[in-house]
Each structure stands twice: as C-alpha cells, then as structure tokens.
Design a protein around this ligand. Structure first.
Ligand code: ZN
Length: 432
C-alpha cells in the first residue's frame, strides 16, 4: 500500500493541519474496524467513519491493551507484521504493540524530525533498550534511513557498562547519541572517572537526543553544559512511537499531522484540543495496530501557539505520569519540581546524582556533592519554591552511584563447558 504522509511545510495554518487530519480519519477508522477489539466494541453500533464519530468514542485505556494481549488489536494479516514489541505494565501485565513496514516508515520519519537532523556523516550511538521495547529500534531505523552509521550500544546490558560506552563515545568520535537524560549524567561521571572532560574531550559530539523520562529545564541545561552540546528532547511510547520532538526554539511540538492529539480532563472526562490533562492520541497512519483515542495517562499541557520555528504544530509540555505527586506537610511535590531545584544549584556544586523521599511532614533530599553550603542553598530553594519542610544531606561521591558502576568494564562471558585446571568452572553456565 502506497501512502503519502505529510511532511513539515505541507500545511500553512492550523486549519490546513485539521484538514490533513480529517482526510486520514475515514481510512483509519476502516482499518480499526478490522481489529477484534474495536469490532467487539462497536458491535451493535454503526462503525465510526468521520471525525464527529471519533469524538463520540470512549478513550482506549492501557488496561484495554493489556486485556487484548497479545493480538486483540491486530488489524492486518499476521504475515504483514515487521516487528513485535512489549512494554511491561503494572502488576506485570504486558502490553503488546506491533508494526508493519509501512508503520516503520512513519515511525522513522517522525523520529528523525527533530531540529538537529541526522546526516550520512553521523555516528549515532543508540543507548536505549533493544529488548522488546521499540525505543532502540526506532532510533536505529531513523538513523539508518538517513544514511548514518549506527552504534547499537543498547542499555541495561552487561555488554556495555558505562565505561565501555564512554570509550565508544570517545574513540569512535560519536556525533549523536540517543538515551534517557539520566544516562547522559552517568556518562559524564564515567568520563571523569576515566580522566576525560565531557565538555572538551568529545569534540565530535554535536547533540544528545534524549527521551523516556520527564526532563526539567534546569536538568536539560545542566546536561547541555556538561557535554557542551545541545540536548534535543523527544517524547513517545512503545505503543505509539515518537509523538513529539523539539524545534530550533527549544519547544516540544506534537506531530499532529501524523497523530491526532487531545487532552482529557480526568475529573470530568471531557476531551479538548488544548489545556492541561492526560494526553489522548489517535495515530492517523497506523496499519498493524490502529489506536483510537488512546489514553497514555501522561500529564501534559498542550497549547496551539505561534512559534518562530514555523512548523505550525501544537506545543506540548510533558509533566509526567499521572498521580506522581506526593503530599508533604500542607503541600505536594513532584519529581520535576525537585529535579529543577537540584539542577538549579550552581554548576560548581557538582551535583549529578540525587534522590528524595516525600515523608508526611518532611521532604528528605540527598545529593552527591562536596561543595560547602550546598545543603543550605538547596534547603532555601525548596522553602522558597515549594514551601515544604525539607532536610538536605550532602553525600560523598560514590554514595548514590557507586564508583564501580562508572569504572567497571567486565568481559562479556560466552557459554563454555571445558575449563583449564586453574580456571573457575563455576562460570560454566553463567554467561548471561
Ligand atoms: Zn517551534
């Protein structure tokens, strides 16, 4: 099936963008009606065919996807599938997602839309998981479609501890990376442990692509200054692929020409085009697994506003997973607020790693830092910004992230049966 998907610049106004969305709805709804899940849901009713019909549909929840595991949302013949993925949900219930080759063309194009483009001359280090999830494959597909050289470093893998990743970054002259933001902080510490300065000893690095975690402005700025390179954010999920990417103005734009985005007010159940609430998406070009009004349960703020980039796409602020704010005293705190204050400390305080526990009456924060006065500075910042009682503890380096995590570089073992007389045969089957 040949599909022409819109490219940035194809629409000149929000009205033209809406017309592009509208044109895709009928074919999308026809595809969705082929999946057992949507067929069962619509039984007894006439199948939705227009935008107005879509507006009357209940959102599809994560629990719906879990209940339909594995192939309840399949809308094509199994032989048309290119890849199968899973993400682990709550209570260990998996969520399946699957894509055709056509879906992959859409996914790769969306990923590659960020303001820092991917070029054939790029050496692109992929440092997100390849196992079951989509993230590593997504970056790999996008980079290969642009002719770049992919270094599949993976993450959460015994084959590539932090020290080896730093060696790859340094020795290969890596130009672009893809990871979660926390990784970029770990590499900075591992680079220093190896005697390298992240700001000056990696001159080829031209941008760090990050996603998979909410990122406060202060942490983004800190990562960028540590590595002396722009941090380019993206947002998406294994069930949907990339949903938003960053423009030259530093704003995160939803790819609304490819994905219809709505905001759900969880208290009223009302869906709107913009405002604050849970993001609900309808990917418009999905073939293998159409999703109609899929509720990602991520708290976002969506705004249709003019941006100097000229992309004419809505701006999104990702505030995190719903329900992740904790009460402390008479207030509440969430991860982004604390993170913003920790990374709002002067760079000379040297804080890369922190953790906090929200008690009923006290926010307890630990930071790795040896700077004089860091406890007072952070306590005052929390009092000023959040107005909650707080105790800050400065810990010695290595307290939160052990030095061995940054420096160890074990050999990857292979399965082996025969050992020499002096060798440790307890290693025989422990190769994983
Ligand atoms: Zn913009």
């Amino acid at each position: 099936m040949t599909v022409t998907r819109p490219q940035i610049g194809d629409w000149k106004s929000i009205e033209e963008l809406r017309a592009l969305q509208e044109r895709q709805l009928a074919p999308l709804l026809a595809r969705a009606a082929r999946s057992p899940f949507y067929r069962a849901r619509e039984s007894g009713r006439s199948a939705p065919a227009t935008a107005a019909d879509l507006r009357s549909l209940e959102p599809t929840s994560k629990q719906d996807l879990r209940d339909a595991y594995p192939f309840g949302l399949l809308a094509v013949n199994r032989t048309e599938l290119a890849t199968y993925h899973e993400s682990s949900g709550s209570a260990g219930q998996p969520t399946a997602s699957y894509y055709t080759e056509g879906d992959w063309a859409d996914l790769a194009e969306r990923y590659a839309r960020k303001w820092v483009g991917i070029e054939p001359s790029d050496v692109f280090l992929v440092r997100t998981p390849y196992a079951l999830m989509i993230t590593g494959h997504l970056a790999q597909a996008a980079a290969r479609s642009k002719g770049a050289t992919v270094v599949p470093a993976d993450s959460r893998s015994a084959a590539t501890p932090a020290a080896r990743t730093v060696r790859l970054l340094h020795r290969l002259g890596v130009t672009l990376t893809w990871s979660n933001p926390t990784e970029a902080l770990l590499w900075a510490a591992a680079a220093r442990a190896a005697g390298l300065d992240p700001a000056t000893d990696f001159p080829s690095l031209r941008a760090l692509f990050v996603g998979g975690e909410p990122l406060s402005p202060a942490r983004r700025a800190r990562i960028s200054s540590l590595w002396n390179a722009p941090v380019v954010e993206e947002y998406g999920s294994t069930e949907t692929g990339t949903l938003a990417g960053q423009c030259p103005q530093g704003r995160l734009h939803l790819w609304a020409d490819r994905v219809l985005c709505e905001v759900l007010d969880p208290s009223s159940g009302k869906l709107s085009e913009e405002g604050r609430g849970r993001l609900v998406v309808t990917p418009l070009y999905r073939e293998a697994m159409p999703l109609l009004r899929y509720n990602l349960d991520d708290e976002v703020e969506v705004e249709y506003t003019d941006c100097a980039c000229g992309w004419r796409l809505p701006v999104v602020r990702v505030l995190g997973r719903g329900g992740f704010a904790w009460p402390v005293g008479t207030g509440t705190v969430d991860q982004q607020q604390v993170e913003d204050l920790v990374f709002g400390l002067p760079a000379s305080d040297g804080v890369l790693f922190w953790r906090a526990r929200a008690g009923r009456d006290l926010l307890h924060i630990q930071v790795e830092s040896q700077a004089a006065g860091v406890e007072r500075r952070l306590t005052e910042a929390v009092a000023r910004s959040l107005g909650v009682p707080c105790r800050v503890e400065a810990l010695a380096p290595g307290s939160l992230v052990p030095t061995s995590v940054l420096t160890s570089n074990p050999d990857a073992l292979k399965p082996r049966g025969l050992f020499g007389p002096e060798e440790d045969w307890a290693q025989a089957l422990l190769y994983y």
